[in-house]
Design a protein around this ligand. Structure first.
Ligand SMILES: CC(C)(COP(=O)(O)OP(=O)(O)OC[C@H]1O[C@@H](n2cnc3c(N)ncnc32)[C@H](O)[C@@H]1OP(=O)(O)O)[C@@H](O)C(=O)NCCC(=O)NCCS
Length: 278
């Protein structure tokens, strides 16, 4: 039967949600979406449906892949092939066509994340020219207060939040880039006046009874001590909210602060990069 690819922009968000949920059967981490959740995902991560694809084998919907586009880089996401069609080359065709589309846009860097243990996807991305770059952790903490040290706390305005986000060193994971935060409501941030002279800060989203989107700069003198104080203040302020810290680098020097505050690892991903030759 013939494999055909159609631009995702020809489908409604409800149809795309159905294809996505169908193609995630048996996935390592259950990630079913509602149309509202997928619409939010498209918006938050700058997904370009006109550069994304739905696959059909004959008249049957067989899979999906989406491309996020930001200045000088693109992000491969939501790849899935329906259970019945796996192992027949649909995934490879979707990835190859998406990368060809990204290359046609002249984008020099392609980024993705794959959950560690997802061997079929990891192998597929290696074959498509992606190289593993770093490990990223998804950490979770149940609701609960913390006792915070007595330190002056400065709440950050939205403008100050974006000044801090833009000051972060190094490339952030796509989910945590400043462009993502620009699309978010319910953003908060504060900094602390530490005794060692550091002014560590944290930015987060508080929405729907949960804390998420944590990003921070604990400073250099004592990263673990500074992040610990930031998290203690965060959880003292929001004792009733469970927290997710997504895509924390596995070699973050402040990582131990999360463990000390009761965070546990939900799963880990490997970030992979492809740099097509110009
Ligand atoms: C990952 C996935 C998209 C692969 O799609 P697919 O159509 O089955 O893959 P293909 O048939 O095109 O295979 C292409 C290559 O992928 C790799 N691959 C696919 N299935 C594999 C498996 N079970 N084990 C190891 N490698 C595998 C191989 O390198 C394969 O090439 P080969 O057949 O020449 O060995 C599919 O398994 C899937 O939808 N899984 C659930 C959702 C998911 O994991 N999405 C990715 C999130 S990052």
């Amino acid at each position: 039967m013939t494999l055909t690819l159609t631009k995702a922009s020809n489908y409604t968000i409800e149809q795309l949600t159905e294809v996505y949920n169908h193609s995630r059967r048996g996935y390592l981490v259950p990630m079913q979406m509602t149309p509202d959740a997928l619409a939010g995902y498209v918006h938050h991560y700058d997904l370009a449906l006109e550069h994304s694809f739905v696959a059909h084998v004959g008249s049957e919907t067989a899979g999906l892949i989406m491309l996020g586009v930001r200045n000088g880089r693109s992000w491969v996401t939501r790849l899935g092939v329906t259970y019945e069609q796996r192992g027949g080359g649909v995934g490879q065709t979707l990835v190859e066509e998406l990368l060809a589309e990204s290359d046609r846009l002249g984008i020099p860097l392609n980024i993705l994340e794959v959950i560690i243990g997802n061997e079929p996807a990891h192998q597929l991305f290696l074959r498509a020219g992606f190289m593993p770059k770093r490990k990223l952790l998804v950490l979770q903490r149940p609701a609960g207060s913390a006792i915070a040290p007595s330190l002056p706390v400065l709440m950050l305005s939205r403008e100050e939040i974006f000044t801090r986000l833009n000051s972060r060193q190094g490339r952030q994971p796509w989910t945590n880039e400043t462009e993502t935060y620009q699309h978010l409501a319910g953003l908060y941030g504060f900094s602390l006046q530490m005794e060692n002279g550091e002014r560590p800060w944290i930015v987060y989203q508080a929405a729907e009874g949960k804390l998420s989107r944590l990003t921070y700069d604990p400073g250099e003198a004592d990263p673990v001590g500074s992040l610990t104080a930031l998290l203690q203040h965060l959880h003292q302020r929001h004792p009733g909210m469970a927290t997710t810290a997504e895509n924390v680098s596995a070699d973050d020097p402040a990582l131990h602060a999360f463990t000390a505050l009761g965070y546990t690892e939900a799963f880990r991903r490997v970030e992979m990069l492809r740099q097509p030759q110009g």
